[in-house]
Design a protein. Structure first.
Length: 286
């Protein structure tokens, strides 16, 4: 307002002020104040028409989980905590094969170190040259280490996801990431009770990671700043979900549900599903 007063004084000297000029100034001030208030509101979660569930997930206060206080984790736990915000609905709704997002250099040095949590395999590879070109052999090695844990099936992982993992690794000491879950086959996903039907893991667009020596709180904060896709924060188990779908953020604080009570029903359901023909990705409808 003070700036407008000074501007108004320069444009219209006080000796020239009349009723019409004063009315114009008041209207201009009100319009600017209204625009400022609307801009502030537009930054709030839910202002773009997001669902109530998404808004609640976004505004949950994030507490700091210490590395020493994190509980052991398995890939089964991760599947139980599967992202539930419908992140893959738009991708899977089309009958056409989904197009992988274009690679984007997010500031990584072109080298990536991954260690599989389940097997202990470790890979350090230079996947991008100084000239910006990608090494196909190196990418194939990354595809291999990020294979499905159930049957070792590989898929061509999103290069944008690899760039994202590289940027996160470099931010936290360049000492490598622990890979908890990478590619997941459609068959495996269908057999898991509670797993998201449209998981981006099935496209090779998502990974669940830990970084030794760093809390998941720090990892998720940096990943959010990059804005390359989805960030899921799981403080109970101390890991972070990263994907290259739409940009979004969610928190899952509760412990994984006890599977003993549902194990029998889940097994029966999986057996029943296995008798049905398996759909391809292009056949999945919303």
């Amino acid at each position: 307002m003070a700036l407008l007063n000074r501007l108004f004084a320069k444009i219209i000297p006080m000796r020239a002020v009349n009723k019409n000029n004063l009315l114009f100034f008041l209207l201009l001030s009100c319009a600017c104040a209204h625009k400022a208030s609307m801009s502030a509101l537009s930054g709030l979660p839910g202002s773009n028409g997001a669902s109530a569930a998404q808004n609640n997930a976004y505004v949950q206060p994030v507490s700091t989980a210490s590395v020493s206080g994190e509980t052991p984790i398995t890939e089964q736990d991760i599947r139980d905590l599967e992202e539930g915000d419908g992140s893959g609905l738009v991708v899977f709704a089309s009958s056409a094969p989904p197009l992988a997002p274009e690679p984007v250099n997010l500031g990584g040095n072109g080298r990536l170190t991954l260690t599989r949590h389940d097997t202990g395999e470790k890979l350090t590879v230079a996947y991008r040259g100084k000239d910006g070109t990608y090494n196909k052999e190196a990418l194939a090695k990354i595809n291999r280490i990020m294979r499905c844990s159930a049957d070792n099936t590989e898929i061509e992982m999103s290069v944008k996801l690899i760039e994202l993992l590289d940027a996160v690794e470099d931010k936290f000491g360049k000492k490598g990431l622990t890979l908890l879950s990478g590619y997941r086959t459609l068959e495996l996903n269908r057999s898991i009770s509670g797993a998201a039907e449209h998981s981006l893991h099935m496209l090779g667009w998502a990974a669940d990671i830990k970084i030794p020596g760093y809390s998941s709180t720090k990892v998720k904060k940096y990943a959010q700043k990059l804005g390359a896709g989805g960030v899921g924060y799981y403080p109970y188990k101390g890991f972070t979900h990263l994907d290259v779908g739409k940009s979004r953020y969610w928190v899952v604080r509760r412990a994984p549900r006890k599977r003993r009570a549902v194990r029998g029903r889940a097994a029966a359901a999986a057996k029943k599903k296995s008798s049905r023909p398996v759909k391809t990705l292009s056949q999945i409808k919303r």
